[in-house]
Design a protein around this ligand. Sequence first.
Ligand code: PCA
Length: 324
Amino acid sequence: MKLLKNIFFTFLALLFSQSLTNAGEKWDMALAYGAGNFHSANATEFAKNVSEKSGGKLTIVTHPGGSLYKGGEIFRAVRTGQAQIGERFMSALGKEDPLLEIDSQPFLASSYGDAKKLYKASKDEIVKGLDSKGLVFLYAVPWPAQGLYSKNAINSVEDLKGLKFRAYNSSLIRLAELTGMAPTKIEAAEISQAFSTGAVESMITSPTTGKNSKIWENGVTYFYDIAAWFPKNMVIVNKEAWNKLDADTQKLVMSEAAKAEKKGWALSKKGNKNDKKSLADAGMKVGKVNATLKKHFQEVGATMSKEWADRAGSRGQAVLAAYK
Ligand code: PCA
């Protein structure tokens, strides 16, 4: 009887441990932008596809709107494994690796075609850099073309002087310094508040982010489509979490990532048109800067590119050469 009992419990224990392995891995995916944003929607679809197709080996649960970690915390959270996977705005990470800032150099790539070329030329170096920090790169998708928002009209270089300016990375801080604006670094989630309290009165970002934050409700009337760069978000995975997956599951994640990247670029292009229209439909004045201002921004962009090239050293040079 005792033997029977032992056999029974051993069997139960085996069954239990088996079902634990079958439960597979669970990844929490940290997303900084709201669920309605196209990057988040695309990541959510990616997560769903992987979860459904992995046969229970990997479930990815998305947390949009900074609900798990805020934008500024996501890189570190994934690096330390607090979140297994996350999406982060690449060019806010210039201190980690200047190569991550290459897509925010003004006028280096000012069309989707060039942005794609620049991505292809820089990807290997970026992936290597992330790998050395214990991260696996999955995919990257650009935001629509960056334009200048302002509460008041900007018709001259003088009009920029002293403008309280919302910046999302160090390149924009530098751009503000070089044009005489007064920059403050603020994450996308806090844009509405920053404008409504009067902490800032201008910014450079996509028509999408302006639309997502209903910027016209905060007295912002002007959008100048300078289209000077297409900065990207990237999705990264903690390498320890990655190594727990079997080869088939890793392959599945990579192939779904490639699909999400393709879809994301298409969504971005669509938003580049539609979201500008939404700004105009909401009553904003959507247009271009005049020739003098354009030249001014181009000169500032050239200075910034030189400074970036110095920071990025030989790796940066090699990538620029491959791009041009
Ligand atoms: N929106 C994000 C990054 C670039 C963009 O278009 C932001 O404004 O923070």
